[in-house]
Design a protein around this ligand. Structure first.
Ligand SMILES: [Zn+2]
Ligand SMILES: [Zn+2]
Length: 432
């Protein structure tokens, strides 16, 4: 129990953190190139925030939230998604009265959902997302889509497709929902239990029900796209032509409705083909009603979220190579007790000039120290033994060629840095 993480959670160990750090760096770069700045919001919020924003008919709110009373008897919920918290911060931080659009991204945002853990779906997972507030044109939708698209392209993901749909605005959706309800009533007998409860309050959710029987039943359901009002239609047409101009491959999929209530107009997913079929790797859309729903002034918004664990899963599946940085550049071995202080000082000097360096902290035998040095992947091992000490020298060994050089201890750090630069240049040379 004590040494086992709770079900549906996962550690990221130092041995694999470099993959996360590499992805995070790429995500930040793409977001910041498009003018997004980072926002960090708390892990928990008042439960009411999610009831208002996500809507109480969704699976997320009904079954999956981590909700509890704190000691002050307040109902608190661990974030089940990233958008509501960011919207709350946008309002509370009065960013709404700043210059708009306000472009924000969040990274490594922990998301909590009480679901049965399965591949790429954890009870605690982490998201990268971007949000653009106060931009109404379809170019803002295209802007958001391109950030995600460029990220996956640069990562090296193959077979990338953007699926888009429009779910209209509250005005044109009203008539559509009536038509849809009529259709669903005709098929009521065959729909799954969950979809029965969706029929009155949220019939669009039936369209993306996972049950194969429901999927079969809704195949010929009326599509929102056929009933868009003029403004919504124009917005969608404009988005399509922008994606075409940018040569971003897209398909229209009227089954995408997104699970959350606050979406309006554009909804989209990025998908890739894997051996097991389609994999959704990013989802987003426009949610022009969210800020108003939270008590703020009418402010349109568009964004996306992607699960970082899922991106990592994709990296594994596609065999995308993420270069592993070495733990240390230099390991300083200590042969005699008198060498301990000079070795320790040399490490500090090496760090001072930007080299990753460490020495033995266990008074171990030289053999064990070399073994350890090997495990760190340090290309240089320094030896300070009796002879070297007597002459004020250190011996610096290239671990690949086994070449050794002697340096005066006073200038060792700088010389070792030069030696390392030569080793790195040589290795690059053999690569090409
Ligand atoms: Zn409309
Ligand atoms: Zn169903």
């Amino acid at each position: 129990m004590l040494t086992q993480a709770p079900k549906g959670t996962k550690d990221v160990l130092p041995t694999e953190i470099y993959k996360w750090q590499a992805l995070e760096k790429m995500m930040r770069t793409e977001a910041e190139l498009a003018g997004f700045r980072e926002v960090r919001t708390p892990v928990f919020e008042h439960t009411e925030l999610f009831l208002r924003s996500i809507g109480d008919t969704t699976d997320v709110v009904q079954k999956e939230m981590y909700t509890f009373k704190d000691k002050g008897d307040r109902s608190i919920t661990l974030k089940p998604e990233g958008t509501a918290g960011a919207a709350r911060a946008f309002l509370e931080g009065r960013l709404v009265s700043d210059a708009l659009p306000c472009k924000m991204y969040y990274i490594n945002n922990p998301i909590f959902r009480y679901e049965n853990p399965q591949a790429g779906r954890l009870r605690e997972h982490h998201q990268f997302g971007i949000e653009c507030y106060g931009a109404k044109d379809a170019s803002a939708d295209a802007d958001v889509i391109t950030v995600a698209y460029r990220f996956f392209k640069k990562l090296g993901v193959k077979n990338l497709t953007v699926k888009i749909n429009s779910i209209g605005c509250p005005e044109c959706r009203k008539a559509y929902l009536e038509t849809l309800r009529g259709f669903m009533h005709e098929h009521e007998g065959k729909l799954c239990e969950t979809c029965h409860t969706r029929l009155e309050r949220n019939p669009m959710r039936i369209l993306d029900c996972k049950s194969p029987i429901c999927q079969q039943e809704v195949k010929d359901a009326p599509a929102m796209l056929d009933m868009l009002c003029d403004e919504c239609k124009e917005h969608f047409e404009c988005l399509k032509s922008l994606l075409e101009e940018l040569e971003i491959p897209y398909v229209i999929d009227s089954r995408i409705v997104r699970g959350l209530d606050y979406y309006t107009r554009t909804v989209f997913e990025l998908i890739t083909q894997t051996e097991k079929g389609e994999l959704t790797i990013c989802g987003g859309g426009r949610y022009d009603k969210l800020v108003e729903e939270l008590g703020g002034p009418a402010t349109c918004a568009v964004g996306f979220g992607m699960g970082i664990e899922r991106v990592l899963m994709l990296v594994e599946q596609e065999g995308i190579e993420i270069p592993k940085p070495r733990t240390l550049d230099v390991y300083v071995t200590i042969q005699t007790p008198e060498a301990k202080l000079p070795a320790f000082k040399l490490c500090q000097q090496l760090r001072e000039i930007g080299l990753k360096a460490d020495c033995d902290h266990n008074s171990r035998s030289l053999k064990v120290q070399f073994k350890f040095a090997d495990k760190t992947g340090a290309p240089i091992t320094v030896v300070i033994g009796q002879d070297e000490l007597r002459n004020g020298l250190v011996k610096s060994r290239d671990m690949v060629s086994r070449d050794e050089e002697l340096f005066y201890i006073g200038e060792a750090a700088g010389k070792i840095a030069e030696q390392l630069a030569d080793i790195d240049a040589e290795q690059c040379g053999t690569d090409y």
